[in-house]
Design a protein around this ligand. Structure first.
Ligand code: HSE
Length: 437
């Protein structure tokens, strides 16, 4: 091996894979200048090696045989850009077993199988790096792991899914229904292979589970993230929230509560003046607060070929820099050494406390509001604002109530009684508010 050369093998020549190959080829000079070593893409594996990717891949061996990457003696760093749980998990595990450092953009893989893979990587003395898994091109994990290492982290708020942010922005600006905008977002290429991962909040929950574990030094507990998506939000809700001074965003929220962690993903009302509420279109943003640094915010493109590839190649550079003397002095991937990571429980959703936006569809009759308010009062829930926009003698109308801070369990108990009122029609929409974000 030429000691002034680090050899890279690529699994997956899809959108991000092409981006990575493009950086390694087009920015080779800047990479060499920063690294003082040649970074060479020796081989790329994909089921389709015939399609012209618009790149000069003459010096890159294209193969359909994954073993030519994960078991090859002439590959130092494997980049996994297949996505999804399998076969990505098996390939990454096999690459680690064969002593390869691995870089991945696969949030689903890290959220679900990260613990086993980190343990395996530690055992084999290699690195599993995943900056591109959260926030695409935004170096938010590096900030959390390194730049904020002096702090106790107090909260993490993230707009982590470009598809949902694009949909909510368009619904607001153009008063369009959800289904119409979803099709536009899919056409732009931000969406997951299974778009329900985007719109039902699963993609955000993958990313939040990773952020929370890094922020609080705990194990990744993706299955315990409370997850709601945006498919029930209507243009009316967006307009009503706007009239009340709020904007609706799909937010991932993580906070510590002693020896428990709060982790939730749901559409959230944010004051229109807050910084996160200003993040529009397909952009992502992560706000991390620490006890000494206070609020910090990271903003940028959370998806797409070039931004995501940028984060992948930054991980490759970190590993490549450390390789000559081993990688022991790199910051631990999950921000705390494996042995120091704790197993904190997740705060049950009924125990969280926040303010709520409750939208009911009700018959426009005398006494309806009094009956609803009576039930809320009985559950010790105090109201901050009430709004009903339209008057309609025959059809139901939206009645919106904003509550003061209350326990989720109390609100759920009240709503289960409110839905039994004869004047209340359809399923109520409950949205949580975050003024502190
Ligand atoms: N489907 C994701 C999004 C891609 O829309 O943000 C990046 O993880």
């Amino acid at each position: 091996m030429n000691m002034h050369e680090i050899r890279v093998g690529l699994l997956g020549l899809g959108t991000i894979g092409v981006g990575v190959a493009r950086i390694l080829l087009e920015n080779n000079d800047i990479l060499r200048a920063r690294l003082q070593t040649e970074l060479r893409l020796v081989r790329a594996c994909d089921l389709d090696i015939e399609t012209d990717r618009g790149l000069d891949l003459r010096d890159v061996e294209l193969t359909t045989d994954v073993d030519r990457i994960i078991k090859a003696d002439d590959v130092d760093i494997v980049i996994e850009l297949i996505g999804g749980y399998e076969p990505a998990r098996s390939f990454v595990a096999a690459a680690i077993e064969h002593g390869k450092h691995v870089v991945t953009a696969n949030k689903a893989l890290i959220a679900r199988h990260g613990e086993a893979l980190f343990a395996l990587a530690e055992e084999r003395g290699v690195v599993l790096a995943f900056e591109a898994a959260v926030g695409g091109g935004i170096p938010c994990l590096k900030a959390l792991r390194e730049g904020l290492a002096a702090n106790r982290i107090e909260s993490v708020y993230g707009i982590l899914n470009g598809t949902c942010n694009y949909i909510l922005t368009k619904m607001e600006h153009e008063s369009l229904p959800f289904d119409v905008v979803l099709k536009q977002a899919q056409a732009l290429g931000y969406a997951e292979a299974d778009p329900t991962f985007d719109i039902e909040g699963v993609d955000t929950a993958h990313k939040l589970a990773i952020l929370a574990a890094m922020a609080f030094g705990t194990h990744i507990r993706f299955d315990e993230v409370h997850t709601e998506g945006i498919s029930r939000i209507t243009p009316d809700d967006i307009a009503l929230a706007g009239d009340l001074g709020y904007r609706i965003k799909l937010l991932g929220i993580a906070k510590p509560h002693g020896d428990r962690i709060e982790m939730r993903v749901h559409p959230t009302l944010l004051p229109r003046t807050s910084q996160l509420a200003q993040v529009s279109d397909s952009y992502n943003a992560v706000q991390i607060s620490g006890d000494f640094v206070e609020h910090t915010m990271y903003f940028g493109r959370g998806a797409g070929e070039r931004p995501t590839a940028s984060a992948v190649v930054a991980d490759v550079l970190d590993i490549a820099r450390a390789m000559p003397d081993g990688t022991a002095h790199l910051a631990p991937p999950m921000a705390f050494p494996q042995a120091a990571r704790r197993d904190l429980a997740t705060l049950p959703m009924v125990d969280i406390e926040c303010e709520y936006y409750l939208r009911l569809m009700v018959k426009d009759q005398p006494g309806v509001l009094a009956a609803v308010a009576d039930i809320l009062g009985h559950h010790r829930i105090s109201l901050e604002a009430v709004m009903q926009k339209e008057r309609h003698a025959t059809q139901s109308v939206p009645l919106v109530l904003l509550t003061h801070c209350t326990r989720e369990g109390n609100l759920q108990a009240a709503v289960s009684r409110i839905v039994e009122l004869p004047s209340v029609e359809d399923e109520p929409l409950i949205l949580r508010m975050e003024r502190g974000a």
